[in-house]
Design a protein around this ligand. Structure first.
Ligand code: PMP
Ligand code: GLN
Length: 392
């Protein structure tokens, strides 16, 4: 294969399908056109004051040099207390918790630690785009189990068909990006049954664990019988503390698995983000209090955006949690979500993410579009009005 200009393509072949991320493309389009960015998921208001104050305090207390490779002990212990207090999961703060540069690094290190050529990795689709890229980086093969609207629940038969003798790892994301679905106990039971039955490793992505709405509550897959010993549980402070740029994440679970993640992680970044690790360590014991207002605000914003999108004719799949609302734009006459999203900044002054890019077969989500609701109410109101005018 050749790059533009006829020269050999310097990018390794297995990464060529992942050359550009949809988040970069749509955020750049938003900046270029001055559109309201409901694409990439990040809040447009500051973290709670207690979180910012903790970082300022850490910066003023001399925490500027490399942290230990495993992460600072204060944060590892705080993560262990969090897992025990909220979920009854007992992890060793020394060997069973690894601090990472966001959940992204934890996910990459886990996939690279466990998978290689010939291995299959099963993910629920639509999937967060990083999964496919790191599976490719590992030289492993991606298999998908499709979640379908309106409920976006796991189909037990599809799951059983996908997890086979070559499956090394199953990646489960709940609360789920991009659909906002929070796995129910019965779905988790099916996942646990299949993973135990086929004796596979499991990585869970729980970065939205604190951002659930109504009476939905997050339950870690690792808390089901037979699951702890095969599961690496991943989360991060980005969403919980409204500080997505801080990139403080963690992996926890049985020592043997976490040590493997650590072995790879140390060769990716070794370690970093010392003051932010201290800040999160200072607030994690009180995280429910820290996140309460944020969650209530987000639930209200979810309703505003869902009602607004419905009022202009979109079919909306109301999320149980996360930053995101998925809607079908076919009622607006759109036949392809990617084309729709590429035109949207110019046409309406709004940016969004075409969900089709998160499916192995784009036809499974051809006209679905993801809108971020983690923006101030007036911004969401403005975005809905812009869409109303554009599609009148
Ligand atoms: N997993 C999911 C499902 C996400 O939406 C994101 C985006 N923040 C990440 C992982 C990455 O998390 P972090 O920013 O902590 O690397
Ligand atoms: N998790 C965020 C999203 O899904 C950000 C993704 C990213 O920047 N890679 O929008």
């Amino acid at each position: 294969m050749t790059a533009p200009g006829g020269r050999p393509d310097p990018l390794v072949e297995r990464m060529r399908p992942y050359r550009s991320s949809i988040f970069a493309e749509m955020s750049a389009a938003a900046v270029r056109t001055g559109a309201i960015n409901l694409g990439q998921g990040f809040p447009d208001s500051d973290p709670p004051a207690v979180v910012v104050d903790a970082a300022v305090e850490a910066l003023r207390s001399g925490h500027h040099q490399y942290p230990p490779g495993a992460g600072i002990p204060e944060l590892r212990h705080a993560v262990a207390r969090h897992q025990l207090r909220r979920y009854g999961l007992e992890v060793d703060p020394e060997d069973g918790v690894q601090i990472t540069m966001g959940a992204s690094e934890a996910l990459a290190a886990a996939v690279l630690a466990f998978c290689g050529p010939g291995d299959e990795v099963v993910v629920l689709e639509p999937y967060f785009d990083l999964y496919a890229a790191v599976v490719a980086l590992a030289g492993a093969t991606l298999r998908t189990v499709t979640l379908r609207p309106p409920g976006y629940t796991v189909d037990p038969d599809e799951l059983r068909a996908a997890v086979g003798p070559r499956t090394r790892l199953v990646v489960v994301n709940t609360p789920h990006n991009p659909t906002g679905h929070v796995a129910t106990l019965s779905e988790l039971e099916v996942l646990a049954e299949v993973c135990c039955d086929r004796d596979v490793l499991v990585v869970t992505d729980e970065v939205y664990e604190h951002l659930t709405f109504d009476d939905h509550r997050h339950v870690p897959l690792a808390s089901l019988p037979g699951m702890f010993e095969r599961t690496v549980t991943i989360s991060s402070a980005g969403k919980t503390c409204s500080a997505t740029g801080w990139k403080v994440g963690w992996a926890s679970g049985p020592a043997e698995l976490v040590q493997s993640v650590r072995a790879v992680k140390q060769h990716l970044t070794y370690s970093g983000g010392t003051p932010f690790q201290h800040a999160i360590a200072a607030v994690l014991d009180d995280v429910e209090e820290v996140v309460a207002d944020l969650r209530a605000a987000l639930e209200h914003q979810r309703d505003l955006l869902c009602d607004g999108l419905e009022s202009i004719g979109l079919e909306v799949f109301r999320p149980d949690g996360t930053y995101f609302v998925t809607a079908d734009v076919a009622p607006l006459g759109a036949e392809d979500g990617l084309t729709f999203c590429r035109e949207l900044p110019e046409r309406a002054g709004v940016a969004a993410i075409p969900t089709q890019v998160f499916y192995a077969d784009p036809d499974d989500g051809r006209t679905l579009v993801r809108f971020a609701c983690c923006k101030r109410p007036e911004v969401l109101g403005d975005a809905v009005e812009r869409l109303r005018v554009a599609f009148r």
